[in-house]
Design a protein around this ligand. Sequence first.
Ligand SMILES: [Zn+2]
Ligand SMILES: [Zn+2]
Length: 353
Amino acid sequence: MAITERTSWLEPRPGGLYCIPGDFYIDPSRAADRAVITHGHADHARPGNNHVLATHETVAIAEARYGSAAGRSFQRVKYGEVTHMNDVSIRLVSAGHVLGSAQVVLEHQGQRIVVSGDYKRSRDPTCAPFEVVTCDIFITEATFGLPVFRHPVAADEVARLLASVAATPDRCHLVGVYALGKAQRVIALLREAGYSDTIYLHGALQKLCSLYQRLGVDLGDLAPVAGLPKQALTGRIIMCPPSSLADRWSQRMPSPVTAVASGWMRVRARARQRGAELPLIISDHADWDELTATIRDVQAGEIWVTHGREDALVHYAQSLGLEARALSLVGREDEDDQDAEVAAAPEVAGADD
Ligand SMILES: [Zn+2]
Ligand SMILES: [Zn+2]
C-alpha cells in the first residue's frame, strides 16, 4: 500500500520524474526541454529531448540509435563528476545495468535523493559495477520485485550453453538476446569462459556490438551471419534478437538449438512462449535479493518504487520501518519483454495472498 503523497522537490509527473528547482526530467516519457538520462534503453532514452545530460557512453548509444533526434545539445559527463542545474547538484554514478548506465544522485538544501534507473548488483564484464550511495530518498525499479525471482550466476548459465554446443556439434545455437547490453554481456561471458571461436551476429545486433567495441569493451572475433552459406554455421553460436527465433530468418540456419537469455526465462510459460529450447536465466535487472539488499545498503528513510512488481518491494521496505510508495511510472517496460505484465500476472496475484 502506498503512503499518502507528500510534497518534495522531486515529483512524479505524467511526463516522468521532475525536479522542480532544477527544472529537468529524469528519463522523461515524452520529449522534454531538459532531460537527465540514466541509460540507453528505449524506455529511458527517448528521442526528441532538447538538452540531454548523460554519460558519454549513454549519449553515444542514443546517437547510434536515434541519430540527430537523440537531442539538440548534450552535456556528456563522467561517473562522479558534479554538475549543477540551478541550485541542484547532479552526479551520475554507475548502476551496473548496461554500458554507461547511471544512477542520478541529486542534492538540494541538504537532502540527497538517488534515482537508480535500472540496475543490477551481479557481475557484468561489459560495464562498471553498481555503486552504493547512501541517501535520504532512494528511488528504485522493481522489474523482478518478487521473492520468486532469484537469478542464478550468469557464468553458470553460459556454461550450460557451452555444454550444449559441445554436445551437439552438428547443430548451430541461436541465442536470442536484447540488442543493448544483453548481447554484449553474453558474448563477454562466453569469452571469459574460454570460447574463442568467431561469434556470429544477426544484422540487428551489429551496430551496438561495434559501438561497445569502439568504447573499449573486448568482445573478441565477431562476424555478420548475412551472406554465409548454411554449412559454414554448423556448430557455431549465432546471436540474434529474441523475436527472430520465430521468424523465417531462423529457418535458414542449420538445425538450430534455440536459446533465449533473459531474466524472464525463470518463468517456464515465458520460455515456451519464446520458443526457447534452452532457456538461459541471465538478467540485467536486480533480482529480489539484490533489490532488498540495496534498500538496506543505501540507508534511506524513504523508498520510492518506479515500475515493475512494486507492491512486494513497498511492503518489504515498510517492514523495515521505512516510508515507501509506489510511483507506477508509465511507459517503462523491461527491454527484454514487451508482454511482461500479462505473463507475470499469476505471480503478482500469488504475492497478494
Ligand atoms: Zn534498462
Ligand atoms: Zn527500464
